[in-house]
Each structure stands twice: as C-alpha cells, then as structure tokens.
Design a protein around this ligand. Structure first.
Ligand code: AMP
Ligand code: MN
Ligand code: MN
Ligand code: MN
Length: 277
C-alpha cells in the first residue's frame, strides 16, 4: 500500500491562514495517512496539532521548518520527529524569530518610501502569532489594499531581492539548524531544494556539508517543485544517499496551488524518510 504522507505545511502559528487544528482536519479529509505541521522557526503550534491529530486518529509527526543563511542565500531546513521541548532547539528557534520584528519595520520603511504607508500595522493584522511576522503577512496586506491581485504578484514586484520591501536577513547557520534538529532526536531534511539559486558546484558543496553535519534527507515531491524537478531531485537523493520526503507546503486554501495530500507519490526507487517510523 502506498501511504499518503504529507510532511510539510503551515498554520497561522507561522504564515499559514488556518489554525493547527483546521490544518489537521483538512489533512484527514484529504486522505493523509501521516502528517507533520512544519511552521517556520516555530514550535508553538505542535501541542494543538498533536492533540487535533490524536482526536482524528491521524498519525502525527512533530516538525519545524528552520530558516538558515548559507552562501548568502536563504535556505529552509525541515526537522521531523523532533522533541519540541529540547532546550537548545527551543532557544535556537527563539533567537531565530527574534530578528523578525526589526526586519519587518525596515520592510515597512521601504514600502512607505514607494508610497505604501502603514504596512507594518497592516501586516500585523494578518499575523496569528506576533512572534512570527513574515513576508507572507506583508504580501496579504498588499493584496488587501488592492496594490496586487494576489500574493504571487506581490512576490514578483515587492519583498524579493531587487524590489521594494526586501531586507536581507542573516538567519541561523546550516550547522546550527542541523545540530538543533538532530540534538532534539529529529531528522534534518532540505526543504524544496529546487527553489534555491545555487550553481551545480555550490549545490554539491551544500549537500556534502549537510550530509557531513548529520543531515539525512531532501524533499523530492513538494508543492514547490515542478514535475521536472521531481525527477531531478530523485536522482540527487539517490546520488548522495539521502532519504526522500514528500510535502505540499500548504499555506492557505485560497493561496496554495497544492492542497494537503494531493501530490504524486515518491518514486519507487527512493527510500522514504518515514521508512522506519
Ligand atoms: P520570510 O520567512 O518572512 O522571509 O517569508 C518567507 C515566506 O514567504 C515563504 O515561506 C513563503 O510562504 C512566502 N514566499 C516567499 N517567496 C514567495 C513567492 N515567490 N511566492 C509566494 N510565496 C512566497
Ligand atoms: Mn511560508
Ligand atoms: Mn520553505
Ligand atoms: Mn514551508
């Protein structure tokens, strides 16, 4: 039997729009067999997610998606099967979240300079967790005021490198993120590798360093990959001996292209990250 496994999605504890319980219910309704909530830099939704999953009889895995900076790029590392009470993980994530408010004020200043005042307060209205203000919340505000038709249009014109509202940020290191995850008993997974703009040479260095630090998996089937990239990263997983993960990266019923539990299965040739769970 092929299990429908979804190990990457977001609630309103980070930049999703649904509560952890509502995401659990949606996963169950969509036929997911094993589910992980992976909010950005935040474990505050885990208790509610676990309780809702238990109520639904939905097998649940504690997860997180950590923002890191590597070679001046923002990269995301997912941690699965983590002990969310681990002190070093808790402190590391708190420190990672710490810079977000200052960054958000700078983003708002840049937007004000191009004629969009009040974006900090505007974004804050969309925030479910004041500790986690993200670019997505600014994007929702720009849609709300009619400046852009949808959040994709926002990210093409604002908040990204070279555009107003982009504030470069130094996140955790690769070494820290893998140490926090593995130290908490978890498995470290490179999120949506197809989204990063790295040369083949840089990718090779990145995957080798990740593996050497104790990282063991990459996402192959994700809502952030094109079907061509499924094949490409299946080969990468095989070449480097990584386990393979699958996750929608669902954020919102109205914004996300891919819903929970609706992606194709992993290619048969790969070892799923959940093989021994
Ligand atoms: P932040 O962690 O504050 O930098 O925000 C990053 C989040 O913005 C990602 O997790 C996505 O949810 C969203 N995002 C970034 N780039 C795009 C894009 N091009 N289209 C849609 N959402 C994006
Ligand atoms: Mn996000
Ligand atoms: Mn991500
Ligand atoms: Mn994500």
């Amino acid at each position: 039997m092929i299990l429908n496994v979804d190990l990457h999605c977001h609630s309103n504890v980070s930049d999703g729009t649904l509560t952890p319980a509502a995401v659990a219910a949606r996963a169950k309704a969509n036929g997911v067999d094993i589910w992980a909530l992976t909010d950005h830099d935040e474990i505050g939704g885990i208790a509610a997610a676990r309780a809702a999953a238990a109520e639904l009889g939905l097998p649940y895995v504690a997860g997180v998606e950590i923002s890191i900076t590597w070679a001046a790029q923002t990269i995301h590392i997912v941690g699965l099967q983590i002990d969310e009470t681990n002190a070093e993980l808790v402190q590391g994530l708190a420190a990672t979240r710490g810079g977000r408010e200052r960054r958000a004020h700078e983003m708002a200043e840049q937007l004000a300079a191009v004629g969009i005042p009040g974006a900090f307060e505007g974004a804050l209205k969309h925030v479910g967790n004041p500790d986690l203000i993200s670019r997505t919340h600014f994007a929702r505000y720009l849609v709300e005021i009619g400046r852009c038709a949808d959040t994709s249009e926002v990210f093409r014109n604002f908040l990204t490198e070279g555009n107003p509202g982009y504030v470069p940020h130094r996140w955790a290191s690769l070494e820290q993120s893998v140490r926090w995850i593995c130290g908490a008993g978890g498995v470290a997974v490179v999120a949506h590798p197809g989204r990063y703009k790295l040369s083949d040479l840089a990718f090779d260095a990145f995957f080798n360093e990740f593996k050497q630090l104790g990282g063991s998996a990459i996402e192959v089937i994700t809502g952030s990959h094109t079907p061509d990239q499924y094949g490409y990263y299946a080969k990468v997983a095989a070449d480097y001996g990584f386990l393979a993960s699958r996750g929608s990266d669902f954020h919102s019923p109205s914004e996300s292209r891919v819903d929970l539990g609706t992606l194709p299965p992993l290619p048969d040739s790969l070892t799923p990250v959940w093989h021994n769970w």
